[in-house]
Design a protein around this ligand. Structure first.
Ligand code: GUN
Length: 284
């Protein structure tokens, strides 16, 4: 292996330490930061992600609340739970874990969240703020990827970043963020997906490649410009084993690469904590 590892776990630990200090400062002012999660149904990976978010909260001193609804819940029952979290002064920020089970309307659920409590940055108002370049919570995985690249001094500004995938939580907001004139971004961005012709040829043009398609092993060494930074952000599962969109042999040609575990995932969760603290600081 020749690539340097983009160690998200180490960076996330530093961010959790920063968040711990900010949470303690708020507590000194009489504010107990509260983060909520709403999980609908029994999707295994979603339940594991939510459990990890609560463990992170416990580590940094954030109070966390959880609502677990059955997959059979109606849209209006889900929206009642969302309204309860909106009204609860002990919850400064919360999320509805996605994807929702079939039959529930994700857009309506996201619209029902108070934008000031939207810890995911996925409420249409906050996505609109991202498009406009105004201040607001950034979606956690895109923000975490930008932080991870910056902290490892990966050149991004002025370079060509190829984002594979256009999903709501990663590819679409990340492509906007990376093109913006702000530190660690300011890149030429190409968005591709598994439906484009000559995917390999386009990916090979990237100085930085971010794979967020959710297809295991999609990015292979022949698709990577030697020395490029390659970030595996998409996930899929083989039983309980988390698989990366990036084949591990890519480490032989890349200049930087995320590990299969401990890359983007911990950064996403760290950004969630940061967004929660920011929401509490703003609400004072
Ligand atoms: N499911 C996968 N990624 C995300 C995310 O960033 N936020 C929420 N709410 N659900 C997700």
């Amino acid at each position: 292996m020749t690539a340097a590892l983009l160690d998200g776990e180490a960076l996330a630990a530093r961010i959790r330490a920063e968040v711990t200090d900010r949470v303690a400062r708020l507590r000194g002012d009489g504010v107990m930061v509260g983060l909520g999660t709403i999980l609908v149904g029994d999707d295994g990976p979603s339940a594991r992600y939510v459990a990890m978010k609560h463990a992170d909260c416990a580590e940094v001193g954030i109070h966390s609340a959880h609502a677990h609804l059955p997959a059979t819940v109606s849209q209006s029952e889900l929206e009642d739970t969302i309204a309860g979290f909106n009204a609860d002064p002990a919850i400064h920020a919360y999320l509805v874990q996605l994807p929702l089970p079939a039959g529930l309307d994700e857009e309506r659920a996201l619209l029902a969240v108070d934008p000031g409590k939207d810890v995911d940055g996925l409420h249409p108002v906050n996505l609109g703020r991202l498009v406009m370049g105004s201040d607001g919570p950034l979606p956690c995985t895109p923000a975490g990827i930008v932080e991870l690249l910056r902290a490892n001094d990966v050149p991004v500004e002025g370079r060509h970043v190829v984002v594979i995938g256009r999903g709501l939580t990663i590819g679409r907001p990340l492509s906007l963020l990376l093109a913006m004139k702000r530190p660690g971004c300011n890149a030429a961005v190409t968005v591709v997906h598994t439906g484009v012709d000559d995917l390999a040829g386009l990916v090979r043009q990237g100085d930085v490649v971010i794979a967020a398609a959710g297809r295991a092993g999609l990015v292979t060494p022949d698709m990577v410009k030697p020395g490029a930074a390659v970030v595996g952000a998409g996930t899929s599962w083989e039983g309980r084993k988390l698989l990366s969109d990036v084949d591990e042999s890519v480490a032989e040609v890349a200049g930087w690469i995320t590990p299969r575990l401990g890359g983007v995932g911990p950064m996403t969760r760290a950004m969630l904590l940061r967004n929660a603290v920011r929401a509490a600081e703003r609400s004072r």
